[in-house]
Design a protein around this ligand. Structure first.
Ligand SMILES: Cc1ncc(COP(=O)(O)O)c(C=O)c1O
Length: 494
Protein backbone atom coordinates (compact mmCIF):
# COMPACT_ATOMS: atom_id res chain seq x y z
CA UNK A 1 0.00 0.00 0.00
CA UNK A 2 1.28 3.49 -0.68
CA UNK A 3 -0.01 7.04 -0.48
CA UNK A 4 -1.43 6.83 -4.02
CA UNK A 5 -4.17 4.39 -3.11
CA UNK A 6 -5.83 6.99 -0.87
CA UNK A 7 -5.88 9.83 -3.34
CA UNK A 8 -8.47 11.38 -5.55
CA UNK A 9 -7.66 10.96 -9.22
CA UNK A 10 -7.52 14.63 -10.21
CA UNK A 11 -4.65 15.61 -7.90
CA UNK A 12 -0.98 15.05 -8.73
CA UNK A 13 0.72 12.61 -6.41
CA UNK A 14 2.32 14.56 -3.55
CA UNK A 15 6.07 14.12 -3.32
CA UNK A 16 7.76 12.86 -0.21
CA UNK A 17 10.96 14.59 0.84
CA UNK A 18 12.73 11.36 -0.20
CA UNK A 19 11.52 11.81 -3.78
CA UNK A 20 13.45 15.08 -3.89
CA UNK A 21 16.64 13.51 -2.56
CA UNK A 22 19.83 13.36 -4.60
CA UNK A 23 23.03 11.76 -3.28
CA UNK A 24 25.52 14.31 -1.98
CA UNK A 25 23.15 17.29 -1.64
CA UNK A 26 23.25 19.02 1.70
CA UNK A 27 21.08 21.70 3.28
CA UNK A 28 23.30 22.84 6.08
CA UNK A 29 26.81 24.04 6.70
CA UNK A 30 28.11 22.52 9.91
CA UNK A 31 30.99 24.25 11.75
CA UNK A 32 34.29 22.44 12.03
CA UNK A 33 34.37 20.06 14.98
CA UNK A 34 36.25 21.57 17.92
CA UNK A 35 36.54 18.24 19.71
CA UNK A 36 38.72 15.27 18.74
CA UNK A 37 37.22 12.88 16.22
CA UNK A 38 35.90 9.64 17.64
CA UNK A 39 35.67 6.33 15.86
CA UNK A 40 31.98 5.57 16.41
CA UNK A 41 32.33 1.94 15.42
CA UNK A 42 34.91 1.52 18.19
CA UNK A 43 32.55 3.03 20.75
CA UNK A 44 29.18 1.71 19.61
CA UNK A 45 30.17 -1.39 17.66
CA UNK A 46 29.76 -1.86 13.93
CA UNK A 47 26.96 0.20 12.38
CA UNK A 48 24.38 -2.33 11.27
CA UNK A 49 22.39 -0.26 8.80
CA UNK A 50 22.95 2.90 6.79
CA UNK A 51 20.63 5.70 7.87
CA UNK A 52 18.20 6.29 5.05
CA UNK A 53 17.95 10.09 5.22
CA UNK A 54 16.85 12.43 2.43
CA UNK A 55 19.67 14.51 0.91
CA UNK A 56 18.27 17.89 -0.12
CA UNK A 57 19.36 21.52 -0.29
CA UNK A 58 18.02 24.24 1.98
CA UNK A 59 15.60 25.67 -0.61
CA UNK A 60 14.11 22.26 -1.46
CA UNK A 61 13.67 21.60 2.22
CA UNK A 62 11.96 24.95 2.81
CA UNK A 63 9.64 24.49 -0.16
CA UNK A 64 8.73 21.00 0.91
CA UNK A 65 7.71 21.94 4.42
CA UNK A 66 6.09 25.24 3.42
CA UNK A 67 3.92 23.34 0.93
CA UNK A 68 3.07 20.72 3.50
CA UNK A 69 2.06 23.43 5.95
CA UNK A 70 -0.33 24.83 3.34
CA UNK A 71 -2.22 21.57 3.01
CA UNK A 72 -2.30 21.01 6.73
CA UNK A 73 -5.32 21.97 8.83
CA UNK A 74 -5.02 23.50 12.26
CA UNK A 75 -6.82 25.77 14.68
CA UNK A 76 -5.11 28.75 13.04
CA UNK A 77 -6.41 27.83 9.58
CA UNK A 78 -10.03 27.09 10.41
CA UNK A 79 -12.77 26.05 12.79
CA UNK A 80 -11.86 22.83 14.62
CA UNK A 81 -14.88 21.66 16.63
CA UNK A 82 -13.43 18.27 17.57
CA UNK A 83 -15.55 17.18 20.54
CA UNK A 84 -13.81 16.22 23.76
CA UNK A 85 -10.60 17.86 22.56
CA UNK A 86 -11.19 21.57 23.41
CA UNK A 87 -9.40 22.88 20.34
CA UNK A 88 -9.44 26.49 21.50
CA UNK A 89 -7.13 29.23 20.32
CA UNK A 90 -3.86 29.26 22.21
CA UNK A 91 -2.83 32.89 22.61
CA UNK A 92 0.61 33.76 21.24
CA UNK A 93 1.62 35.37 24.52
CA UNK A 94 1.84 31.84 25.97
CA UNK A 95 4.53 30.97 23.43
CA UNK A 96 6.39 34.19 24.10
CA UNK A 97 6.74 33.50 27.80
CA UNK A 98 7.56 29.80 27.25
CA UNK A 99 10.31 30.94 24.88
CA UNK A 100 11.96 33.32 27.35
CA UNK A 101 15.55 32.13 27.71
CA UNK A 102 15.26 32.04 31.52
CA UNK A 103 12.60 29.34 31.12
CA UNK A 104 13.45 27.68 27.83
CA UNK A 105 17.14 27.19 28.61
CA UNK A 106 16.73 25.66 32.05
CA UNK A 107 18.24 22.22 32.40
CA UNK A 108 16.30 19.66 34.41
CA UNK A 109 19.51 18.54 36.11
CA UNK A 110 20.24 22.05 37.37
CA UNK A 111 20.62 22.24 41.17
CA UNK A 112 17.22 23.13 42.59
CA UNK A 113 18.69 26.20 44.39
CA UNK A 114 19.32 27.76 40.97
CA UNK A 115 15.68 27.61 39.79
CA UNK A 116 13.62 29.61 42.32
CA UNK A 117 11.80 31.39 39.46
CA UNK A 118 10.74 28.08 37.91
CA UNK A 119 9.51 26.78 41.27
CA UNK A 120 7.52 30.01 41.69
CA UNK A 121 5.79 29.34 38.35
CA UNK A 122 4.98 25.77 39.41
CA UNK A 123 3.52 26.79 42.74
CA UNK A 124 1.70 29.67 41.07
CA UNK A 125 -0.06 27.24 38.71
CA UNK A 126 -0.77 24.86 41.59
CA UNK A 127 -2.32 27.66 43.69
CA UNK A 128 -4.50 28.89 40.82
CA UNK A 129 -5.68 25.36 40.02
CA UNK A 130 -6.50 24.72 43.71
CA UNK A 131 -8.62 27.88 43.68
CA UNK A 132 -10.35 26.89 40.41
CA UNK A 133 -11.07 23.25 41.31
CA UNK A 134 -11.64 23.49 45.07
CA UNK A 135 -9.08 20.77 45.87
CA UNK A 136 -6.54 20.95 48.71
CA UNK A 137 -3.51 19.90 46.65
CA UNK A 138 -2.40 19.84 43.03
CA UNK A 139 0.48 18.05 41.36
CA UNK A 140 1.54 18.96 37.85
CA UNK A 141 3.60 15.87 37.17
CA UNK A 142 1.35 13.61 35.04
CA UNK A 143 2.08 14.06 31.35
CA UNK A 144 -1.39 13.46 29.85
CA UNK A 145 -5.00 13.18 30.91
CA UNK A 146 -4.82 9.40 30.98
CA UNK A 147 -1.63 9.63 33.03
CA UNK A 148 -3.47 11.88 35.51
CA UNK A 149 -6.29 9.34 35.76
CA UNK A 150 -3.79 6.59 36.46
CA UNK A 151 -1.96 8.69 39.05
CA UNK A 152 -5.25 9.37 40.89
CA UNK A 153 -6.00 5.65 40.98
CA UNK A 154 -2.48 4.95 42.26
CA UNK A 155 -3.12 7.40 45.10
CA UNK A 156 -6.46 5.73 45.87
CA UNK A 157 -4.76 2.33 45.85
CA UNK A 158 -2.02 3.53 48.20
CA UNK A 159 -4.68 5.03 50.48
CA UNK A 160 -6.56 1.72 50.77
CA UNK A 161 -3.39 -0.31 51.14
CA UNK A 162 -2.37 1.91 54.06
CA UNK A 163 -5.78 1.16 55.66
CA UNK A 164 -5.43 -2.58 55.10
CA UNK A 165 -8.22 -2.57 52.48
CA UNK A 166 -6.05 -2.88 49.37
CA UNK A 167 -7.04 -6.50 48.61
CA UNK A 168 -10.68 -6.13 49.46
CA UNK A 169 -11.38 -3.05 47.33
CA UNK A 170 -10.53 -4.30 43.86
CA UNK A 171 -13.36 -2.86 41.75
CA UNK A 172 -13.55 0.46 39.92
CA UNK A 173 -16.93 1.54 38.55
CA UNK A 174 -16.94 3.39 35.23
CA UNK A 175 -20.08 4.76 33.50
CA UNK A 176 -20.63 3.44 29.97
CA UNK A 177 -20.31 6.96 28.54
CA UNK A 178 -16.73 7.42 29.85
CA UNK A 179 -13.70 8.16 27.70
CA UNK A 180 -11.87 4.93 26.87
CA UNK A 181 -8.90 6.03 28.93
CA UNK A 182 -10.93 5.65 32.18
CA UNK A 183 -11.37 1.86 32.11
CA UNK A 184 -7.87 1.53 30.66
CA UNK A 185 -6.32 3.50 33.55
CA UNK A 186 -8.24 1.43 36.09
CA UNK A 187 -7.18 -1.84 34.46
CA UNK A 188 -3.56 -0.58 34.29
CA UNK A 189 -3.67 -0.11 38.07
CA UNK A 190 -4.81 -3.70 38.53
CA UNK A 191 -8.48 -2.96 39.18
CA UNK A 192 -11.46 -4.93 37.91
CA UNK A 193 -13.63 -2.57 35.89
CA UNK A 194 -17.44 -2.67 36.11
CA UNK A 195 -19.59 -0.49 33.83
CA UNK A 196 -22.47 1.62 35.17
CA UNK A 197 -25.25 2.35 32.66
CA UNK A 198 -26.48 5.79 31.68
CA UNK A 199 -30.25 6.30 31.91
CA UNK A 200 -32.57 7.66 29.20
CA UNK A 201 -32.07 11.25 30.42
CA UNK A 202 -28.32 10.90 29.96
CA UNK A 203 -27.51 10.76 33.69
CA UNK A 204 -25.84 8.09 35.78
CA UNK A 205 -28.36 5.34 36.53
CA UNK A 206 -28.65 5.67 40.32
CA UNK A 207 -30.38 2.33 40.83
CA UNK A 208 -27.64 0.51 38.97
CA UNK A 209 -25.04 2.43 40.96
CA UNK A 210 -26.72 1.53 44.26
CA UNK A 211 -26.69 -2.16 43.30
CA UNK A 212 -23.02 -2.04 42.31
CA UNK A 213 -21.83 -0.41 45.54
CA UNK A 214 -20.37 -2.58 48.28
CA UNK A 215 -17.11 -2.90 50.18
CA UNK A 216 -15.28 -4.31 47.15
CA UNK A 217 -15.52 -0.95 45.35
CA UNK A 218 -12.42 1.23 45.51
CA UNK A 219 -13.70 4.08 43.33
CA UNK A 220 -16.18 5.47 40.87
CA UNK A 221 -14.67 7.34 37.93
CA UNK A 222 -17.17 9.96 36.87
CA UNK A 223 -16.84 12.47 34.05
CA UNK A 224 -18.56 15.76 34.74
CA UNK A 225 -19.82 17.26 32.51
CA UNK A 226 -20.24 13.82 31.00
CA UNK A 227 -19.10 12.87 27.53
CA UNK A 228 -22.76 13.40 26.55
CA UNK A 229 -22.08 17.09 27.12
CA UNK A 230 -24.45 17.09 30.12
CA UNK A 231 -23.97 18.26 33.68
CA UNK A 232 -24.70 15.40 36.08
CA UNK A 233 -27.55 16.80 38.21
CA UNK A 234 -27.13 14.15 40.94
CA UNK A 235 -23.47 14.77 41.44
CA UNK A 236 -23.59 15.45 45.18
CA UNK A 237 -25.90 12.49 45.77
CA UNK A 238 -23.62 10.19 43.76
CA UNK A 239 -20.54 11.25 45.74
CA UNK A 240 -22.44 10.70 49.00
CA UNK A 241 -23.57 7.21 47.88
CA UNK A 242 -20.03 6.13 47.01
CA UNK A 243 -18.63 7.57 50.23
CA UNK A 244 -21.29 5.78 52.26
CA UNK A 245 -20.01 2.52 50.76
CA UNK A 246 -16.47 3.50 51.78
CA UNK A 247 -15.31 4.24 48.21
CA UNK A 248 -13.58 7.20 46.59
CA UNK A 249 -14.92 9.35 43.78
CA UNK A 250 -12.61 10.39 40.96
CA UNK A 251 -13.65 13.15 38.57
CA UNK A 252 -12.52 12.95 34.97
CA UNK A 253 -12.01 16.69 34.66
CA UNK A 254 -10.97 16.73 31.01
CA UNK A 255 -14.18 18.70 30.40
CA UNK A 256 -13.32 21.42 32.90
CA UNK A 257 -13.68 24.02 30.16
CA UNK A 258 -17.41 23.90 30.89
CA UNK A 259 -16.93 24.85 34.54
CA UNK A 260 -13.87 27.10 34.92
CA UNK A 261 -14.71 29.97 37.25
CA UNK A 262 -18.36 28.86 37.53
CA UNK A 263 -18.40 25.77 39.76
CA UNK A 264 -15.76 23.60 41.47
CA UNK A 265 -15.56 19.77 41.48
CA UNK A 266 -13.92 19.93 44.93
CA UNK A 267 -17.19 21.40 46.24
CA UNK A 268 -19.27 18.64 44.61
CA UNK A 269 -17.80 15.93 46.83
CA UNK A 270 -15.04 14.45 44.63
CA UNK A 271 -11.89 13.13 46.28
CA UNK A 272 -9.60 13.70 43.33
CA UNK A 273 -9.65 14.66 39.70
CA UNK A 274 -7.46 15.14 36.71
CA UNK A 275 -7.34 18.19 34.48
CA UNK A 276 -6.15 18.33 30.92
CA UNK A 277 -4.06 21.49 30.99
CA UNK A 278 -3.43 20.97 27.29
CA UNK A 279 -7.16 21.39 26.69
CA UNK A 280 -8.63 23.73 29.28
CA UNK A 281 -5.61 25.88 30.00
CA UNK A 282 -4.51 26.43 26.48
CA UNK A 283 -1.51 24.66 25.07
CA UNK A 284 -1.24 23.44 21.50
CA UNK A 285 -2.04 19.75 21.56
CA UNK A 286 -2.89 16.82 19.37
CA UNK A 287 -0.79 14.19 17.76
CA UNK A 288 0.21 12.78 21.12
CA UNK A 289 1.73 15.63 23.05
CA UNK A 290 3.00 17.50 24.89
CA UNK A 291 0.47 17.23 27.67
CA UNK A 292 -0.13 17.84 31.34
CA UNK A 293 -2.73 15.83 33.22
CA UNK A 294 -2.42 17.78 36.48
CA UNK A 295 -4.36 16.22 39.34
CA UNK A 296 -6.21 17.74 42.28
CA UNK A 297 -6.87 15.87 45.51
CA UNK A 298 -8.21 16.22 49.00
CA UNK A 299 -6.00 16.14 52.12
CA UNK A 300 -6.52 12.43 52.90
CA UNK A 301 -4.73 11.47 49.65
CA UNK A 302 -1.91 14.00 50.07
CA UNK A 303 0.62 11.72 51.88
CA UNK A 304 0.82 9.54 48.73
CA UNK A 305 1.56 12.33 46.24
CA UNK A 306 4.28 11.60 43.69
CA UNK A 307 7.67 13.21 44.33
CA UNK A 308 8.92 15.85 44.14
CA UNK A 309 6.13 17.76 45.87
CA UNK A 310 6.48 21.46 45.10
CA UNK A 311 5.50 23.28 48.27
CA UNK A 312 6.23 26.29 50.44
CA UNK A 313 8.62 25.94 53.36
CA UNK A 314 9.90 28.82 55.50
CA UNK A 315 9.16 31.60 53.03
CA UNK A 316 10.52 29.77 50.01
CA UNK A 317 9.33 27.19 47.53
CA UNK A 318 11.00 23.78 47.68
CA UNK A 319 10.96 20.53 45.75
CA UNK A 320 10.26 18.02 48.52
CA UNK A 321 11.49 14.45 48.02
CA UNK A 322 11.29 13.47 51.69
CA UNK A 323 7.88 11.81 51.52
CA UNK A 324 7.83 8.38 53.18
CA UNK A 325 4.39 7.38 51.87
CA UNK A 326 4.82 8.62 48.30
CA UNK A 327 3.79 6.45 45.35
CA UNK A 328 7.17 7.46 43.85
CA UNK A 329 7.78 9.31 40.63
CA UNK A 330 5.29 9.37 37.79
CA UNK A 331 7.43 11.46 35.45
CA UNK A 332 10.95 12.71 35.16
CA UNK A 333 11.81 15.88 37.11
CA UNK A 334 8.91 18.34 37.41
CA UNK A 335 6.57 17.27 34.61
CA UNK A 336 6.18 19.17 31.35
CA UNK A 337 7.66 22.44 32.60
CA UNK A 338 7.12 24.71 29.59
CA UNK A 339 3.45 23.70 29.53
CA UNK A 340 3.19 25.02 33.07
CA UNK A 341 4.69 28.31 31.90
CA UNK A 342 2.03 28.49 29.17
CA UNK A 343 -0.77 27.62 31.59
CA UNK A 344 0.56 30.19 34.08
CA UNK A 345 0.55 32.87 31.39
CA UNK A 346 -2.96 31.96 30.28
CA UNK A 347 -4.36 31.94 33.81
CA UNK A 348 -2.71 35.23 34.74
CA UNK A 349 -3.83 36.86 31.49
CA UNK A 350 -7.47 35.96 32.22
CA UNK A 351 -7.24 36.81 35.92
CA UNK A 352 -9.68 35.78 38.60
CA UNK A 353 -12.39 38.25 37.54
CA UNK A 354 -12.63 37.08 33.93
CA UNK A 355 -12.04 33.35 34.47
CA UNK A 356 -15.75 32.49 34.30
CA UNK A 357 -15.92 33.97 30.76
CA UNK A 358 -14.12 30.82 29.58
CA UNK A 359 -16.90 28.46 30.63
CA UNK A 360 -19.78 30.86 30.00
CA UNK A 361 -18.85 31.44 26.37
CA UNK A 362 -17.91 27.78 25.82
CA UNK A 363 -21.36 26.70 27.05
CA UNK A 364 -23.16 29.48 25.17
CA UNK A 365 -21.44 28.59 21.89
CA UNK A 366 -22.27 24.88 22.21
CA UNK A 367 -25.92 25.65 22.94
CA UNK A 368 -26.08 28.06 20.01
CA UNK A 369 -24.82 25.36 17.62
CA UNK A 370 -27.21 22.84 19.17
CA UNK A 371 -30.19 25.17 18.70
CA UNK A 372 -29.29 26.08 15.12
CA UNK A 373 -28.86 22.45 14.04
CA UNK A 374 -31.70 20.81 15.93
CA UNK A 375 -34.00 20.45 12.89
CA UNK A 376 -31.43 18.66 10.74
CA UNK A 377 -29.37 16.89 13.42
CA UNK A 378 -31.45 16.32 16.56
CA UNK A 379 -29.67 16.45 19.93
CA UNK A 380 -29.28 13.10 21.67
CA UNK A 381 -30.93 14.57 24.79
CA UNK A 382 -33.62 17.18 24.99
CA UNK A 383 -32.03 19.61 27.44
CA UNK A 384 -29.39 22.34 27.37
CA UNK A 385 -25.87 21.07 26.97
CA UNK A 386 -22.61 22.19 28.53
CA UNK A 387 -19.48 22.91 26.47
CA UNK A 388 -20.24 20.41 23.70
CA UNK A 389 -23.39 19.17 22.02
CA UNK A 390 -24.11 15.60 21.00
CA UNK A 391 -26.27 15.24 17.89
CA UNK A 392 -27.37 12.23 15.92
CA UNK A 393 -27.48 11.58 12.17
CA UNK A 394 -29.38 8.31 12.60
CA UNK A 395 -32.24 9.29 10.28
CA UNK A 396 -29.86 9.87 7.33
CA UNK A 397 -28.40 6.42 7.85
CA UNK A 398 -31.84 4.81 7.92
CA UNK A 399 -33.44 6.81 5.11
CA UNK A 400 -30.55 7.78 2.78
CA UNK A 401 -27.71 5.38 3.56
CA UNK A 402 -25.57 8.31 4.70
CA UNK A 403 -23.55 7.92 7.88
CA UNK A 404 -22.28 10.52 10.33
CA UNK A 405 -18.80 9.90 8.93
CA UNK A 406 -19.96 10.79 5.39
CA UNK A 407 -21.39 14.09 6.66
CA UNK A 408 -18.14 14.81 8.47
CA UNK A 409 -16.06 14.09 5.38
CA UNK A 410 -18.24 16.45 3.35
CA UNK A 411 -17.58 19.19 5.93
CA UNK A 412 -13.94 19.08 4.86
CA UNK A 413 -15.03 20.21 1.38
CA UNK A 414 -16.65 23.22 3.04
CA UNK A 415 -13.40 24.08 4.83
CA UNK A 416 -14.18 22.85 8.34
CA UNK A 417 -12.48 20.25 10.48
CA UNK A 418 -15.02 17.50 11.23
CA UNK A 419 -16.37 17.09 14.75
CA UNK A 420 -15.75 13.87 16.66
CA UNK A 421 -17.90 10.96 15.43
CA UNK A 422 -19.03 7.73 17.10
CA UNK A 423 -18.09 8.84 20.61
CA UNK A 424 -19.76 8.38 23.01
CA UNK A 425 -20.63 4.98 21.58
CA UNK A 426 -24.03 4.88 23.26
CA UNK A 427 -25.40 7.50 20.83
CA UNK A 428 -25.95 6.10 17.31
CA UNK A 429 -24.39 7.98 14.34
CA UNK A 430 -23.22 10.62 16.70
CA UNK A 431 -21.59 14.02 16.33
CA UNK A 432 -19.77 15.52 19.27
CA UNK A 433 -19.35 19.22 18.52
CA UNK A 434 -17.20 21.34 20.84
CA UNK A 435 -16.94 24.88 19.49
CA UNK A 436 -15.02 26.34 22.50
CA UNK A 437 -15.25 29.91 23.71
CA UNK A 438 -12.78 31.36 21.24
CA UNK A 439 -15.07 31.20 18.18
CA UNK A 440 -17.21 34.08 16.95
CA UNK A 441 -20.93 33.91 16.18
CA UNK A 442 -20.07 34.48 12.49
CA UNK A 443 -17.87 31.38 12.42
CA UNK A 444 -20.50 29.31 14.21
CA UNK A 445 -23.10 30.50 11.68
CA UNK A 446 -20.89 29.59 8.71
CA UNK A 447 -20.36 26.14 10.21
CA UNK A 448 -24.07 25.59 10.92
CA UNK A 449 -25.03 26.84 7.43
CA UNK A 450 -22.60 24.33 5.94
CA UNK A 451 -23.95 21.45 8.02
CA UNK A 452 -27.56 22.31 7.15
CA UNK A 453 -26.64 22.42 3.46
CA UNK A 454 -24.84 19.08 3.75
CA UNK A 455 -27.89 17.49 5.41
CA UNK A 456 -29.96 18.59 2.39
CA UNK A 457 -27.31 17.06 0.11
CA UNK A 458 -27.58 13.83 2.10
CA UNK A 459 -31.20 13.55 1.01
CA UNK A 460 -30.84 14.83 -2.56
CA UNK A 461 -27.46 13.46 -3.62
CA UNK A 462 -26.08 10.95 -1.10
CA UNK A 463 -23.14 9.99 -3.33
CA UNK A 464 -21.73 13.47 -3.00
CA UNK A 465 -21.21 12.61 0.64
CA UNK A 466 -20.08 9.04 0.06
CA UNK A 467 -17.28 10.34 -2.20
CA UNK A 468 -16.25 13.25 0.03
CA UNK A 469 -13.91 14.90 0.48
CA UNK A 470 -13.30 15.74 -3.16
CA UNK A 471 -11.42 19.03 -2.83
CA UNK A 472 -8.39 17.83 -0.88
CA UNK A 473 -5.00 16.47 -1.76
CA UNK A 474 -6.12 13.18 -0.21
CA UNK A 475 -9.58 11.71 -0.66
CA UNK A 476 -11.38 9.34 1.71
CA UNK A 477 -8.80 7.78 3.98
CA UNK A 478 -8.90 4.27 5.26
CA UNK A 479 -9.53 5.15 8.92
CA UNK A 480 -7.38 2.37 10.32
CA UNK A 481 -4.72 1.73 7.68
CA UNK A 482 -2.20 4.17 9.12
CA UNK A 483 -2.02 2.32 12.41
CA UNK A 484 -2.08 -1.12 10.88
CA UNK A 485 0.29 -0.62 8.00
CA UNK A 486 3.42 1.44 8.59
CA UNK A 487 4.12 1.63 4.85
CA UNK A 488 1.53 4.38 4.50
CA UNK A 489 3.70 6.69 6.54
CA UNK A 490 6.77 8.42 5.24
CA UNK A 491 9.33 5.86 4.19
CA UNK A 492 10.98 6.34 0.80
CA UNK A 493 9.91 4.07 -2.04
CA UNK A 494 12.34 1.15 -2.23
C1 LIG B 1 -13.21 13.06 28.78
C2 LIG B 1 -11.77 12.73 28.55
N1 LIG B 1 -11.11 12.01 29.47
C3 LIG B 1 -9.81 11.71 29.33
C4 LIG B 1 -9.08 12.12 28.23
C5 LIG B 1 -7.65 11.68 28.09
O1 LIG B 1 -6.75 12.73 27.95
P1 LIG B 1 -5.36 12.52 27.21
O2 LIG B 1 -5.68 12.34 25.76
O3 LIG B 1 -4.57 13.76 27.47
O4 LIG B 1 -4.71 11.31 27.78
C6 LIG B 1 -9.73 12.88 27.24
C7 LIG B 1 -9.00 13.36 26.06
O5 LIG B 1 -9.33 14.30 25.43
C8 LIG B 1 -11.10 13.21 27.41
O6 LIG B 1 -11.76 13.92 26.50
Amino acid sequence: MNTLSFRTKQMPEPKLIFDRSSAGRVGCNLPKADTPEVDLAAVLGEVREELNLPEVGELELLRHFTNLSHINFGIETGFYPLGSCTMKYNPKINEKTAGLPGFANLHPMQPVETIPGALDVLIGVQDMLCAITGFDEITLQPLAGAHGEMTCLMLIKAYYEARGEGQKRHIVLVPDSAHGTNPASAARCGYDVRPIPTNAEGNTDLEALEKALDDSVAALMLTNPSTLGLFEPNIEKICAMVHAAGGQVFCDGANMNAMVGTTRPGDHGFDCMHLNLHKTFSTPHGGGGPGCGAIGLMKHLEPYLPVPVIRRSEMKVIADYDRPKTIGRVSAFYGQFLMEVRAYTYLRAYGKEKMADISRYAVLNANYVRARLKDVLPPAHDRPCMHECILTAEKYKKENGVRALDISKRLIDYGFHPPTNYFPLIVPECFMIEPTETETKETLDEFCDALIQICHEAVENPDLLHDAPSTQIVGRLDETAAVKNLDVRWWPKS
